[in-house]
Design a protein around this ligand. Sequence first.
Ligand SMILES: Nc1ncnc2c1ncn2[C@@H]1O[C@H](COP(=O)(O)OP(=O)(O)OP(=O)(O)O)[C@@H](O)[C@H]1O
Ligand SMILES: [Mg+2]
Length: 252
Amino acid sequence: MSATDSTAVRCTGIRKHFGEDEARVEVLRGVDYTVRRGELSFLVGPSGCGKTTLISVIAGLLATDAGQVHLFGRDLAGMPNDERILFRRTHLGFVFQQYNLLQALTAAENAAIPLLAAGVRRREAVDRATALLERLGLSGKTGSFPRQLSGGQQQRVALARALVHEPRLIICDEPTAALDHATGEAVMELLASAAVHPDRAVIVVTHDNRVFHFADVIAQMDDGRIVGVDPRRRSGPVPETVSPTPPSPLSA
Ligand SMILES: Nc1ncnc2c1ncn2[C@@H]1O[C@H](COP(=O)(O)OP(=O)(O)OP(=O)(O)O)[C@@H](O)[C@H]1O
Ligand SMILES: [Mg+2]
């Protein structure tokens, strides 16, 4: 695939099972899924249909049984191990459904991890992470440990960790699930602005129909397959269920 390819993510024929014998479940049953550069793609579908499994495959965190994943024209599975690790570290930001913060580190240290891994000096890494946390409404919490934070605050620390190194592909699993409406809108605005770049893309797994109006494309998943793709205009009408009042500033 050429470097000028307009796709950020191209999945073809992805298959993945868990368990063996009677416990065997076919979770991904031939997924074809494309995300173009500059796109904010929502991945939606019922609980258990395979969304988290698919994005884990895209991020190279899970091996597949069959099929191919190309990220920005590169086949991750075909790369030597050290090159794949470096590619993921540099170009990928991932927000886990369960946040996966390191309990022994503060919010700012957690958010700084990708910069530290890239060799940025500690002071600068923590300063940059702190500035991003402040943008996410966590000014008073940068020195707090995860156990001292609410679910919504931990979710934003996980988001800061995924964004801090300005990766080309950001993948978020339910990034607004623990957030109130105004904070969820602000988080989506940040993700939408990260996607508006000819060399980047954002995938958001969500059940949260309050934020659907941010999507460029909504890909519908069911029973281990993509069953529909709905292109949208990001600035389209706000669904009626969303309050017309302007969002208040983010609060911790
Ligand atoms: N490590 C695993 N071992 C066995 N089964 C698994 C494993 N991970 C996921 N599954 C199963 O695969 C199916 C898809 O799981 P997945 O987490 O991808 O769903 P999901 O669409 O993200 O659901 P949700 O919206 O509830 O987060 C489920 O039936 C789940 O039980
Ligand atoms: Mg999931």
